[in-house]
Design a binder for this molecule. Sequence first.
Ligand code: 13P
Ligand code: SF4
Length: 319
Amino acid sequence: EAQVDDYKQRIKALLKEKDACLVAHYYTDAVLQQLADETGGCVSDSLEMARFGNAHPASTLVVAGVKFMGETAKILTPNKRVIMPTIEATCSLDIGCPIDEFSAFCDAHPDHEVVVYANTSAAVKARADWVVTSSIALDVVEYLADQGKKIIWAPDKHLGSYVQRQTGIEMLMWDGACIVHDEFKAKGILDIKKVYPDAAVLVHPESPDSVVEIADAVGSTTQLINAARELPNKQFIVATDNAIFYKMRQAAPGKEFIEAPTGGSGATCRSCAHCPWMAMNGLESVLHALESGQDEIHVDPALITDARKPLQRMLDFSA
Ligand code: 13P
Ligand code: SF4
């Protein structure tokens, strides 16, 4: 406890000293989310993180999350220093979509508009026409289909399948998945529902179709927090990273949040419902990044120019 306070004080002083601002994702440790709130930073979903970093006047952004979030911040504001607590923190969707294969896939379908999820490398973004996050994926795909565009979707097959089912629009899809959300199973959730029959089921659309089908609300992390506040239920079974509970409890005090099981048996595997890369972000690593300045994100300037266009389209579309 004393050490936590000491770290927090030192981080607060360094943020001021270095004209830096802490931007954290809902999947990072509660202590970091709290610190971002206390220091005038931002805790949010991936779209809002990009928007906030883009608009904030600080000359340094400390991005607590995973690599694509730091890269997005750097691409949008190349004149800022972007540092990350752990530069190795990546994402299975990013890993599963290497640029050479992806580029060949796009080249094979030149008449398609290329829409990629934010959870991708700078190079993949640079090859895309649009970047989307889960909070605006449906709207962007509908908008493009209204213009008669054919669409390549990458890399998350579950989010892509959800978008297809919701919009009725067929897309050419990449075969990627989030290792955390891919583990939720409908059977396990239905078993837990027998114990909490009045609970609403909240599901992030990176989860398999069978899990999305039994959801009472489906959406990005921000949309799920809003659902926890707005739905009348007192209990919620939550199929997304369990670090989100911190904000859900704040948004809906007095309500109960139950972790959706990641196996088919109804048994909960705690480590499975938390992203191993998000878990690399902690007070100690934030402090170290600020003190050493070592974990700075660099993106090839040529990629910045090309990746900025689809990212800026995303921000403009959601404005
Ligand atoms: P959102 O916060 O945009 O819902 O994305 C979740 C995610 O995949 C972050 O890792
Ligand atoms: Fe990637 Fe999934 Fe981790 Fe998000 S939770 S960073 S999508 S692996």
